[in-house]
Ligand binder design. Structure first.
Ligand code: ZN
Ligand code: ZN
Ligand code: ZN
Length: 86
């Protein structure tokens, strides 16, 4: 019985998580099904954003990162030149 319950809970949680490659943001290390440290509630107000390199981050995290990396930002994960995915 206990095993069935755990599987059910896992599915319930997985159904509303973001469809992301990695489960945590590479900048703030917070889970993608949560929000960045600057936000209180996960969801549309704290969206995920993908780069051309296919790494995903919280929008707020990557914006802060880009602003600290002027003039050219690089992906914190793979160090490729950062571009937002079209
Ligand atoms: Zn983040
Ligand atoms: Zn945020
Ligand atoms: Zn990358």
């Amino acid at each position: 019985m206990e095993g069935i319950e755990i599987v059910f809970l896992w599915h319930a949680v997985a159904s509303w998580t973001w469809d992301a490659q990695d489960e945590t943001c590479g900048i703030c290390r917070m889970a993608f099904d949560g929000c960045c440290p600057d936000c209180k509630l996960p969801g549309d107000d704290c969206p995920l954003i993908w780069g051309a390199c296919n790494h995903a981050f919280h929008l707020h995290c990557i914006l802060k990162w880009i602003n600290s990396q002027t003039p050219q930002a690089h992906c914190p994960m793979c160090r490729r030149e950062w571009q937002f995915k079209e």
